[in-house]
Write a new protein. Sequence first.
Length: 382
Amino acid sequence: MSKELISFVKSLYGSENLIPLHEPQLDDSDKDLIIQAIDSTFVSSVGVLVTDFEKNICEYTGSSYAVAVVNGTAALYVSLELSGVNIGDEVLTQSLTFVASTNAIHQCKAFPIFIDVDRETMGMCPVSLEKFLKKNCEIRDEGCWNHSTNRYIKACMPMHTFGFPGEVEKIKKICSNYGISLVEDAAESLGSFVGKKHTGTFGDFGIISFNGNKIITTGAGGVILTDDKEKAFLAKHITTTAKLPHKWNFDHDMPAYNFRMPNLNAALGLSQLKKLPFLLEQKRLIAKTYKDWGDKNGYCFKQERSGTISNYWLNTMIVNDKEERDVILEETNEALIMTRPAWTPMHKLPFNTSFQREEMTNTDWLFDRIINVPSGVPKNGI
């Protein structure tokens, strides 16, 4: 079966050379804005382009506030901290996710709890989440108490996997019932919506990544989304070393971080945002092309669920079993077509095996069957 897939992908991308999983689309318009930033001499901590980028992100996502930072992991860490996650607290997250999710939890010196995902969305399963909370937790004046571990659960961090929107509305309701903050990991889902509401805007906080492999890039970077004015100000303050405004004095009023996005990166982000409508249109076309071919050739490609819009960041094929997955991965990569399995589930990583988790039935099932196929947009489209 790999031969047909290899032939199709090479035809889709019109190349016999290496076909990346997802490479950025960069051109002279990106260079022009970066050169303007260089000419301004404001290339790092100070520059109007960072503010402009934040405003543009707010306009696109509908978030009241956006705080640009160095990467998505920093955005997650700060969001958890501002959600009240302290040393020894717990954070609910899904096991089928990128390691940045648990890295951010560990940076808070908190403990992850792993919840199973839903097979359709590949995101956190509301049924699994509620089952865990009913079985292990009670609501106290101080918050949600996990009587199995004698710790407080402060936050829940679901992810919109590969850009496919999860059931965040149901998750939000459950979190509200238990007094748990919701931090949406929308790192991969710029351009994805549930109804008319952008992913990352349902929770107390949401984050988006602009890493080089995302739908648009700032080279490295991320953004924190929130509708809370005070928390947005605090996020900006602690990610910019908590420096008090003054023309020349360097005074700081609290311990903080140097997590700010440099002006050069924001320049690239502003240029990339102009391409977003074209990229989203092209990615939907690529996804449809994969689906149509898959329907004719016995391959199953994930599609957005009813009532949602996916950015189709990484097109995702579901095969029959792990053996078939491994054969296809081997043969496609040998043919210079970059395909990848899902990330090793977090509960299987050696530094996470001791933490509490729900049954991982769907997580393990999907991990054995997921293959991500090339999903980038060629410079001139397909």
